[in-house]
Design a protein around this ligand. Structure first.
Ligand code: FMN
Length: 177
């Protein structure tokens, strides 16, 4: 059976955790996980492609953008699902937020499932400059701006529902032949 390919772009590890958890939810299928820093050469031989990318300074990480640019033709032929990870998604219900809508538009993507999920605030990990900027953003958006908090905002139930959407789609695909 062809594997489900889950690729991720992460700096501080939360998109990796989300990718690993999603792989567990999909364990009825063979799943291949790959970091987009060293993307797999071959992406066509998969049952579905799932891209999980976090946002930094208003944009998805560059290796995710590169991946969409480089593999545009193959990606358009595959069942695609996308998860965008950001702190502003903590205010949403999982439906695509501005970052994700922009990404879909930029690369003309039509995923069968798209999720904007909240990531993690982890001040101790950030450089001094990043910490000040995130403090300001948190202050403006009503989050902790103390510069020391570590809060995981990820709604794991949203991820479970997303996994369910994927399995439903794959079963449907299979039934359609
Ligand atoms: C330097 C930096 C910039 C960030 N910029 C944004 C941003 O523009 N919008 C947002 O919603 N979240 C932003 N975040 C929050 C991250 O998207 C969030 O912490 C996410 O969990 C990071 O995923 P990762 O652990 O996989 O790298 C930023 C975080 C850092 C450290």
């Amino acid at each position: 059976m062809k594997p489900i390919l889950i690729v991720y772009a992460s700096r501080d590890g939360q998109a990796v955790r989300i990718a690993q958890k999603l792989a567990l939810h999909l364990n009825a299928y063979p799943v291949q996980l790959a970091d987009l820093k060293t993307p797999p050469e071959q992406i066509v031989a998969c049952k579905a492609l799932i891209v999980i990318a976090s946002v930094r300074y208003g944009r998805h990480l560059p290796e995710a953008i590169q991946f969409f640019k480089r593999h545009a033709a193959q990606i358009s032929q595959l069942p695609l699902a996308i998860t965008s990870v950001s702190l502003s998604a903590r205010k949403g219900d999982g439906s695509p937020n501005g970052y994700l809508k922009k990404l879909l538009q930029q690369f003309q993507l039509s995923p069968f499932a798209a999720l904007s999920i909240a990531g993690k605030l982890n001040y101790p990990r950030y450089s001094w400059l990043d910490r000040q900027i995130i403090r300001l953003i948190m202050h403006i958006t009503g989050g902790p701006s103390d510069g020391t908090s570590c809060v995981e905002y990820t709604d794991w139930l949203q991820l479970q529902n997303f996994a369910q959407q994927i399995t439903t789609h794959l079963r449907q695909d299979h039934a359609d032949g």
